[in-house]
Design a protein. Structure first.
Lengths: 445, 445
């Protein structure tokens, strides 16, 4: 009997949760941004639940929101991802560790080196979330007057990927001889000097670290925009863009897998793992109530700004406790705008409630009981809307514990999620092959 | 009774030791560059011995030596310092963690953020070894055709220090209010936007991490060259340049402390901790034999290149097993050259032995029994040649264990080294005050 397709689960983390009201939820740890002990607990719980990876989201600027929203926000300040995940590597054994790093504001030599180092520190568990950084305020922290243009960011990102992977291949897997008798530590014939000269980058190499345990750490991308989808199809091991419905998810899945195939890749080696906000209740109503309670902790100042942006229209002048009036057409994304309007109409939300929902979290959500959540996840998997999910927990630790203790056992019972890790590396967990060294035939294959 | 002046001890580490022959020494771990378990053991042993800090040296290029030396070298490839020390932060409680980062090839925003993050992860134990990177091969890994001029490197370093410390002060210590009731997470009035515009750097800020636990992580510098001494006197918390004798050490100590005083600082708040290569034996002869045995593991190819550089004259054409002939004057540093010639004469070394010594390690050394080593360290301390040392172990784990098990108890018996940590942060260990936030009066003072 062929085993069922298996679900892959990442945990898309910020120390207090990605939901902007989460720090006020009963039982939350408002100080988790700078308390490593909570993060250790979260990572260890996720590892007990056999998650593929702990995925740390990131930002490179503080001043990208109005001061009224900034003062309410727990999401702009916290540990830096690579140092955090290195610390977590010492208190975990198997779970993958994915950190965000920007191709626009970092040097490829440092990025290649640090992820290789995390891979060696963790026994092959490193992953790199390759981002081009869309936040224009970030540029001002790196000596630039204005943000790098979108197209230039993606050109540089493509070169950056080639440089980083080329640097990871600086040494053959068997380059380090360490022959004590003869005194030969490394075979220079098994070292490759990259000598990359591109439009945007010039890097000699070799890297001063052995080839990563995984060959290359796992490369993760959002893959949302048109150039984002294309670079992901060509280069990513996993994609986490989150279409807001299964129908749209299936279109996205088919599109990105087809692009990968056209790029000459095996589409099975590119995993589609959309970010999903999951709220667990003992009943569906209880789950909805938890979400509604959580949204009440989003301050109106934060929410109304987000709502106005989503609608492309300033709605701060209307009665917060009245219904959403008809809103004129605007430049805002039509589908996103319509989704907000639909919410307001079908759930009969006031402007305040709508603002709090949008200000809290407004992407793909799965809200229900362990059974209904498993149903939905299984449907996405079976109908090829995804190969799994990057789960966002509504609040911590409760939302994470609920998922680990209630949803994971249900997924395991259905035979679509592991009961124990079978391999040791993140590539093993995701079912991805170890890349060949492009400069040296592998002695391991 | 006034307690004696106290010795401070850092461990100046490379995973296999800084001595280039160490990987071949009996009992060594030749694979320690990529085996975190050894590093954890070393850090834990140093912590049991109450060392102030674990200090990870670093390089940013591989190709800075002839291929004949490169193939013998265990020192060019290993873990990246910040990821390594973050991993070690999880398996230690008190020891300081000092990582090297370059002001020439890094962005100040990233450096400020990562060291702040390590400081939060470790409970206030981070230190930054500020280097300008003198290795010209490094420039080629960062998109530059040629190396940045010495003077420009130091100008940029000075700005870089101002930016990094300014970013560390982005938030008042009490900025994070986290008032669940009102929904105020952070007080924007207690946030400072740096807005730095210098000759070399332009950085807006604020940093997206709370002020470090130590206020500022400890800043360490070599302080060797003339501009290096001056910037260290103005900005460093500790200096590790190693004059090769006590007489020279005293001159260096007096000079740097006087410069600090002229810069308006309390000279007690700048610790002079020269790097010292320490070999422990049960007798002085046994210690010398260990050193001699260790030198035999330096390959002649590596050693002869180093010796020729030190003498400013190619000596590879002479009989390796004959004595050093008279060498013509050259551009090499006269004092360094004379020191090599003196070694050859007084110890009657052949060219091979001399090459192996220079190729292995040629700086300040303290070789003897626990008693004679403690005598020398106490003399440096008492006569103000230093405030302690950054100890280099000749080989690992043996050389480290010998120091921890034999020399440290002797220093403790004399009352010049702690028997237990009294504080929790690296600043506590070094007797350094927590810097005031330059933009906000502290609520803690």
């Amino acid at each position: 009997m062929t085993p069922s397709r298996q679900l892959h689960l990442g945990a898309f983390m910020r120390p207090v949760s990605l939901h902007t009201g989460a720090w006020r939820y009963p039982g939350a740890f408002p100080d988790a941004n700078f308390n490593i002990n909570y993060l250790k607990r979260f990572a260890q719980t996720l590892e007990r639940a056999c998650f593929d990876a702990f995925f740390m989201a990131d930002h490179l600027a503080v001043l990208n929101m109005p001061v009224g929203a900034l003062k309410r926000s727990h999401t702009v300040t916290s540990f830096e991802p690579l140092t955090l995940l290195s610390a977590l590597s010492s208190v975990t054994e198997r779970i993958g560790l994915i950190a965000t790093a920007s191709t626009t504001f970092e040097e490829p030599w440092h990025v290649a080196r640090r992820f290789a180092s995390l891979d060696h520190l963790s026994g092959g568990r490193a992953g790199w979330n390759l981002v081009t950084t869309s936040n224009p305020d970030a540029a001002l922290n790196f000596g630039l007057d204005e943000h790098v243009a979108h197209a230039v960011r993606y050109e540089r990102a493509r070169e950056f990927f080639d440089v980083v992977t080329g640097l990871w291949d600086s040494w053959a897997d068997d380059a380090f001889v360490r022959d004590v008798e003869s005194g030969t530590f490394v075979d220079p014939e098994r070292m490759h000097v990259l000598g990359f000269e591109g439009e945007h980058l010039s890097v000699r190499g070799p890297l001063n670290i052995a080839r990563p345990i995984q060959g290359w750490p796992v490369v993760v991308q959002a893959g949302s925009s048109e150039p984002g989808r294309q670079i992901a199809a060509e280069t990513a091991d996993a994609v986490f863009a989150a279409p807001p419905s299964l129908a749209e998810g299936k279109r996205f899945y088919a599109d990105v897998k087809a692009r990968a195939e056209r790029a000459g890749r095996n589409p099975e080696h590119l995993k589609i793992l959309p970010g999903a906000f999951v709220v667990v209740g003992d009943t569906v109503d209880e789950a909805r109530e938890k979400r509604a309670l959580l949204d009440t902790f989003v301050h109106y100042d934060s929410g109304i700004a987000s709502l106005s942006i989503a609608l492309g229209h300033d709605v701060s002048t209307y009665d917060p406790d009245g219904p959403l009036p008809d809103i004129p057409e605007s430049n805002a994304s039509k589908s996103a705008r319509q989704r907000v309007v639909d919410w307001a109409r079908t759930e009969q939300l006031t402007i305040r409630q709508l603002a709090q929902r949008i200000g809290g979290y407004s992407g793909l959500e799965i809200i229900g009981t362990p059974t209904t959540i498993a149903d939905q996840m299984e449907q996405w998997l079976t109908e090829r809307g995804s190969d799994g999910f990057n789960v966002m927990f509504p609040y911590l630790p409760g939302g994470l514990d609920d998922f680990a203790d209630k949803v994971v056992p249900e997924l395991q019972r259905r035979g679509i999620f592991r009961r124990a890790y079978e391999g040791t590396t993140l590539r093993d967990h995701l079912g991805l092959p170890r890349p060949e060294n492009r400069f040296f035939a592998s002695s391991r294959s």
